[in-house]
Structure formats: C-alpha cells, structure tokens
Ligand binder design. Structure first.
Ligand code: NAD
Length: 499
C-alpha cells in the first residue's frame, strides 16, 4: 500500500507518527493510499521551518513573488490532465468537474499576479508641516490553512495563492480524504520558484489542526469546512489571539417565480443540485417554487431530467453527470437523511434508494433524489445533506419564499429565477445571504470579487479571494514621518574661512 507523505522544506517526507488514515477511490471503494496523520511534534517542526523561511520571502519584492504565481499558472496548465485525474480518483467527481475545480483555483493564482498593485500602500504628502504619512501592507508571517475535501485544488489555492503573494509562509492541512492534489500543488509551487519551506503541507487530523491553532508562531488561520468545525476553529484561533476567517456549511435555496422560464429553471436546478453529487457548498439543495401551479409544473419538468442523470465513475467518460460521494460513511449519512425525509412525511418523487452500479457495487454511489412537499421542520430541510438530494418547499408567495431563505441558519448562496427585474432587485437587496444569483443558480464570484457567506456559513469578516484576501493576509502599518531640516538649508557652497 502506497504511503503518502508531508511536504516539508521543498520535499515529500514520510510521516513518523505511526498513525495513518485510508484514502479511498470512492468509485471502487478500494483503499488506494495510506495518508499519514501528523503528530503535534511533526506539525510544530513544519511550522518552525516555515517561520525560518518566511522573512526572506516576505522581503522579496512583490513583483518577484508575482512571477512565481505566473509560472505556477503555466505549470498547472501543463499538468492539468494529471492533476484532474488524481483529483477525480480521490474525490470521485467527473474529470470535467475536476478541471473546473482546478481552473477556479488557478484563476485566483492568476489574480495574485496583481500582488504588486494590491500591496501598494497609501501616502499622504504633508499631513502636517514637514510631515508625511504612509501605510504599508506587510505579511502576517506564518499562516495556517485547514481545508475541506470537496474542492481539493480550488480551496487550498484560494488561500495559499493570496497568502504567498502577500509574503507569508503557509502551513496547509488538506483534507485527509483527498490529500494528493495539494501535495502535487506544493511541488509545482517549488518548481515555479517558491523558496523551500515557504509552503508546507502537513497531512493530518485534529492533532495537527489543534497544533496549528495553539502555535504562537501562527498569526492567521483560514478554515473551510462544516459549520460546527468552523465555529470551533474560529473560537480557538481567536482566543489564541490570531486572526481567523472560517467558512462553513450551506443550505442554498433557489426561488422560482411564476414568471420564470421553467425549462431554464429546471435545467439550472438539476445542474446545481446534482453536479459533483451535491458535494458543493454552493449546490442548490432547496427549490422554492412560488405558487402551486409553478410547483406542479416545475416538478413535472424536473422528474424526467433527474431520472435520466447518469451516475458513474470518472473513468466512464464525459457523459457521466455525477460520480460517487466521498466515503461510505457519507453515503450512509445521506441515505439515513433520505429515510428521515420519508418518515417525516415528505414525498419522495424520484427515489433511487436501491441504486447500485453494476461492476462498482463497492463504490460509494448514491442515485439522484427529488423530494416534494418538504417543510421547514424536517431534518432534510434543516441539515446540509451534501449529497444528490434536492428538496422542494412550496411557497405561497414571494414574501414567504424570501422569508424561508432568510430564516434558515445558513446564508452561503441563493438564487432567484424570474423575468421581473423589480422582484430580482428586491430579492438581492433584502436577502440576508452572502452570494446571490439572478437567473444564475451557482453564483460563485470570480477571483477579483470575494467569496463568503453570512450567518452560520461564515465566522470572521474578510472573505475569500479578491481584495479581502489581500487584507486578510497582511497587516497595516502606518508611518508618520518628519525629518529635521538638513543639508538643503545648511549647505554652504562658498569657501568659508574659520571664524
Ligand atoms: P469538515 O468540517 O469535516 O473538515 C474540514 C477540515 O477540518 C478537514 O481538514 C478536517 O481534517 C478538519 N477537521 C475535521 N474535524 C475536526 C476537528 N474536530 N478538529 C479539528 N479539525 C477538524 O468538512 P468536509 O466534510 O471536509 O467539507 C465539507 C463541508 O465544507 C461542507 O459543510 C461544505 O458546505 C463546507 N464548505 C464550505 C465552503 C465555503 O466557502 N463556505 C466551501 C467548501 C466547503
């Protein structure tokens, strides 16, 4: 069985803790690697080595740091197929979707090429008599990144890219479910010219994470994952005096108004609900048709679309719509929630509970499911299922639909489908959710805007990527400067005799 390692000071190294976790191929159910779980001592060692490497990197001029980003973009494009294959093999998503995961990460690296521009400070000439005032944005030092399984390329790159571009060293703790791509990205960064030790990858679990959270060297922590862990990380990191941005779970509603193009809405719901087997924090998991007639028509359009979705392994080619979920435990949890929906009185309109894929019986496949008549008290409505399950909650009016989305504890993304500009504008203005789509089901902002939810989907204030990331990964220092009068007044140009 192949053992993965950690990436320390520019090299892959073996784990020494003696603890390992299985990395599965979700399509076959087979264990493909043993991933080492770092001890506190190994994690501390990686942090200390990062601290030794950071000052020189922080003092490297931003343009040179940007050139590493430029080269990284080229290297990722060169290795795109290899990276996508490794990603799909551990995550389960289709190859085109894996490339999307890589591409959306790469776009943030591209954005980071603008680091010299982003890091320019402010300057006030003559703030007082002979006084100038200027501010600089300086790196924090060593930062920690703790990442989820569902975007093993995009999520680390959203954090590592800006953190490095700002002159920090990073200790990344990837998800133990799919650690290979983060290790490959670390190797590529070194090939791109990043000095050794500036980007360390420590594989592990709570022991490694808690070591990062308690380390006096670590100055900032970024986390992406489920809400209970986000809340835990935020509390512990900030109690230890670090800045933290922690992004949590989601339950994204898509409101379908009676005037919407229902074919377009149904297509959008199927893609946003079932793509990546629903394992996206921006997946639409709740459809909210407004009015009984809209609901009946929408369900009628959804059923055939969902029934013809092709579930399969990433190796089966481009016509596969969704792959397996990430682990057997995840599959069990999803099937348990589906059963709870039936038991609590929702109507299971598309039922694939018996789904088995011939030749892949041990894979973690879950067929696509559609519920109708879901109500807010049901577990399938309250919880993030993170699987291929779309719930329909029928609303009587626009106000009811808006209230539903606003009352949910999560506030990551939402969408409205309508032909009416006034309704769309009202929705975007009033809804208490971080990212809003208008006739766009998955409104993931591009690299030069910022990404973040509200309510229980985010703890902290600065968002991921865009200008916020440059703020998060730097500290402002403001200098007030006055120089005593010098040579310009006192200079003597004539030959002067002694008094
Ligand atoms: P997770 O919370 O289980 O794990 C995330 C990370 O936390 C992993 O690195 C894991 O090792 C670590 N971790 C887990 N338990 C821990 C503990 N008790 N103490 C310390 N560290 C711990 O999340 P996941 O299953 O990997 O990812 C899926 C979740 O991530 C979903 O809820 C999804 O919505 C969310 N997500 C959110 C965003 C966003 O931007 N809001 C983006 C992607 C994913």
């Amino acid at each position: 069985m192949k053992e993965l390692g950690h990436f320390i000071n520019g090299k892959l190294v073996s784990g020494t803790s003696g603890r390992f976790d299985d990395v599965f191929n979700p399509a076959t159910g087979e264990v493909q690697y043993q991933c080492p779980m770092a001890s506190a001592a190994e994690t501390t060692d990686a942090i200390e080595k990062a601290a030794a490497a950071q000052p020189a990197w922080g003092a490297t001029n931003p343009q040179k740091r940007a050139r590493v980003m430029m080269k990284m973009v080229a290297l990722m494009n060169r290795d795109m197929d290899k990276l996508a294959e490794a990603l799909s093999r551990e995550h389960g998503k289709t190859i085109p979707d894996a490339k999307g995961d890589l591409q959306r990460g790469l776009e943030v690296v591209e954005y980071c090429i603008g680091a010299p521009q982003m890091l320019k400070g402010e300057f006030t000439d003559s703030a007082g008599p002979g006084i100038d005032m200027y501010s600089m944005r300086q790196p924090l030092g060593v930062v920690g990144s703790i990442m989820p399984f569902n975007f093993p390329a995009m999520m680390p790159l959203w954090h590592v890219g800006p953190a490095l571009a700002c002159g920090n060293a990073v200790v990344l703790k990837p998800s133990e479910r799919d650690p290979s791509v983060p290790l490959m990205l670390a190797e590529l960064f070194v090939e791109a010219g990043l000095p050794e030790g500036v980007f360390q990858v420590v594989n592990g679990d709570k022991e490694a994470v808690d070591t990062i959270l308690d380390s006096e060297i670590i100055q900032g922590v970024s986390f992406v994952g489920s809400t209970p862990i986000a809340q835990y990380i935020y509390s512990r990191a900030t109690a230890n005096g670090k800045r933290a941005q922690c992004f949590g779970g989601a339950k994204n509603h898509m409101i379908v108004m009676p005037d919407a193009d229902l074919d377009q809405a149904a297509d959008a719901l199927v893609g946003a609900g079932f793509g990546a087997a629903g394992e996206r924090c921006m997946a639409i998991s709740v459809a909210v048709p407004v009015g009984e007639e809209t609901a009946d028509k929408l369900i009628e359009k959804l059923i055939p679309r969902i029934e013809k979705l092709k579930v399969g392994p990433y190796t089966a080619g481009d016509d596969v719509d969704l792959g397996p979920v990430v682990t057997a435990a995840s599959k069990e949890r999803i099937l348990g929630l589906i059963q709870s929906g039936v038991d609590q009185g929702a109507t299971l309109v598309v039922d694939n509970r018996d789904f088995k894929l011939q030749g892949y019986e041990d894979g973690f496949f879950v067929g696509a499911h559609l519920f109708d008549h879901v109500t807010p008290d049901m577990d399938i409505y309250k919880q993030e299922i993170f699987g291929p399950v779309l719930s329909t909650v029928r609303a009587d009016s626009y106000e009811d639909a808006l209230k539903l989305a606003m009352d949910h504890e999560y506030g990551n993304g939402t969408a409205i489908f309508t032909r009416d500009g006034d309704t769309a504008r009202d929705f975007a203005s009033r809804v208490n959710i971080g990212m809003v789509g208008i006739n766009v089901p998955i409104p993931v902002p591009l690299a030069y805007h910022t990404f973040g939810g509200w309510k229980k989907s985010m703890f902290g204030d600065l968002n991921q990527h865009g200008p916020d990331s440059f703020k998060f990964y730097t500290r402002t220092k403001t200098v007030t400067s006055r120089w005593p009068s010098g040579i310009k007044e006192g200079g003597e140009f004539n030959f002067k005799a002694m008094d």
